[in-house]
Design a protein around this ligand. Structure first.
Ligand SMILES: Cc1ncc(COP(=O)(O)O)c(C=O)c1O
Length: 452
């Protein structure tokens, strides 16, 4: 046998300029490693590359940094927490900050969504919500309810549950048969009916009625839950048609399906409200969230569920009080440092009134987005809150290539955007100034005008 690697002291030496060993996800590894975009630091609205060049962040990292980057109150909170209590389990133990964060989330969430289960990511929150749905029905004696209904072009992370209910072909096709008993609603995106809509489109509420068709096909007694993003982000900013989400709620109520809103991107002020469900005035049975929960500083996600659901679990438990209600959880569920980051983040949102700020800026943002109308290659513009989708005509036979090139050129010009297929998705930190909005759209106009 060869000498174990750890006994070779050279193995412990850092190799700072070797990009090879990191197997990057959702990235063309070879192309990236040939021409890397390395980010060295960040502050407020900007990233800085290795040479100190500033990049304005038009996508809050990955829909994460709603309060901007490297905010002092959050940094101080996590430093203090790490020195005070670095880790404590939340199985059979607890620590005060995680209970405090759960209470704060329950206050922020609409209606009687009063109980928070913690995860480490949006993906884990998605899979957790699906498992809670199954266990909930079973605990009430409706074990036949096992089917999950997702939606085409939906994204609920990368766990097996999430990719099964999700509707992104590439995220599904490599990974076998996925979980059984899943069906999908049609997506609501239609350039034919809704191109260049400002805010929510008029056309498309009737697409929610497809849930009736799916219910009839499988029989409602087999369906556990319906999961959708109120605004689908990852597949290119698909804004729900007016009345669509309400209609889904009505059909779920009629048949006893749980409605799960994946609010990983619509949570924490993106639409000017704590959660998108408040913005759309539709109360789901569960909300999944992550990202803006800790401003992206420490990984954390959560499932917030309705009081009646929690009660069903505790009612089911036996009278000794020793029954474990839910056989699920992660070592890092409710990690103390993430809890401290979450509490400090909510405090920043509150103190700086960032959700109201998003509402105030939304009309200016909308005007800036639609100011791109007529720009070369643009075939649709859409917006809601501080979100924008800019859809480009694809190059024949080369989908995604044009937007990817726009992405690279924007980076070269000091603007960090996000692209998915041939759609540019924008979601800046809520601290953005109007002059910075102008700068982003001027750069985009310039880049698109000069792009083949
Ligand atoms: C709507 C939605 N759900 C789930 C996820 C997955 O979150 P994570 O990457 O933290 O697992 C994302 C990530 O972008 C998302 O946008």
């Amino acid at each position: 046998m060869n000498k174990p690697a750890h006994l070779d002291m050279a193995a412990w030496e850092p190799t700072p300029n070797n990009l090879e060993a990191f197997f990057m996800g959702f990235t063309p590894n070879a192309a990236f490693k040939k021409r890397p975009r390395l980010i060295a630091r960040a502050k407020d609205m900007h990233y800085y590359d290795m040479k100190g060049r500033a990049l304005i962040d038009a996508s809050a990292g990955l829909w994460c940094s709603n309060a901007g980057h490297c905010r002092q109150p959050i940094i101080q909170a996590i430093q203090k927490q790490a020195a005070e209590l670095d880790f404590a389990p939340t199985f059979q133990y607890g620590h005060p900050k995680i209970f405090e964060l759960a209470s704060r989330l329950a206050m922020l969430a609409p209606g009687n969504l009063d109980y928070a289960f913690f995860t480490n990511s949006g993906s884990e929150a998605g899979d957790t919500a699906l498992k809670i749905a199954l266990a909930f029905h079973r605990s009430r004696g409706e074990a036949s309810r096992t089917r999950m209904i997702g939606r085409e072009r939906g994204y609920h992370g990368v766990g097996f549950g999430g990719i099964s209910v999700g509707g992104i072909v590439k995220n599904r096709m490599f990974f076998g048969p996925l979980i059984n008993g899943v069906d999908h609603l049609p997506h609501t995106h239609s350039l034919e009916h809704n191109a260049y809509t400002q805010g929510q489109p008029e056309w498309g509420a009737h697409l929610a009625d497809e849930l009736e068709r799916i219910a009839a096909l499988h029989d409602p007694s087999t369906i556990a839950a319906v999961i959708v993003e109120p605004v689908a982000g990852s597949t290119g900013v698909l804004i729900p048609p007016k009345g669509y989400l309400k209609r889904l709620r009505e059909i779920c109520d009629k048949h006893g399906f749980l409605l799960i809103f994946d609010e990983v991107i619509t949570g924490f002020g993106r639409l000017g409200t704590g959660f998108g469900s408040e913005y759309f005035d539709v109360e789901p049975d569960m909300i999944t969230c992550a990202k803006g929960l800790t401003n992206g500083v420490i990984p954390m996600g959560a499932v917030i569920c309705r009081k009646g659901m929690y009660d069903a679990f505790t009612d089911w438990a036996d009278e000794t009080g020793n029954t474990i209600e839910l056989f699920h959880g992660y070592t890092y569920s409710g990690h103390p440092v993430a809890a401290a980051a979450g509490l400090a983040t909510l405090e920043v949102y509150k103190e700086e009134r960032l959700f109201e700020r998003a509402t105030d800026l939304a009309p200016y943002w909308q005007a800036a987005v639609h100011g791109l109308k007529g720009t070369r290659h643009v075939i649709d513009l859409r917006n809601l809150g501080l979100i924008a989708g800019i859809e480009l005509e694809s190059r024949p036979g080369k989908p995604g290539q044009r937007a990817y090139e726009a992405f690279r050129r924007c980076f070269d010009k000091g603007v960090l955007i996000r692209v998915t297929g041939d759609i540019i998705a924008l979601s800046p930190p809520l601290i953005i100034e109007k002059t910075e909005i102008d700068r982003i759209f001027e750069t985009l106009h310039d880049v698109l005008t000069n792009l083949d």
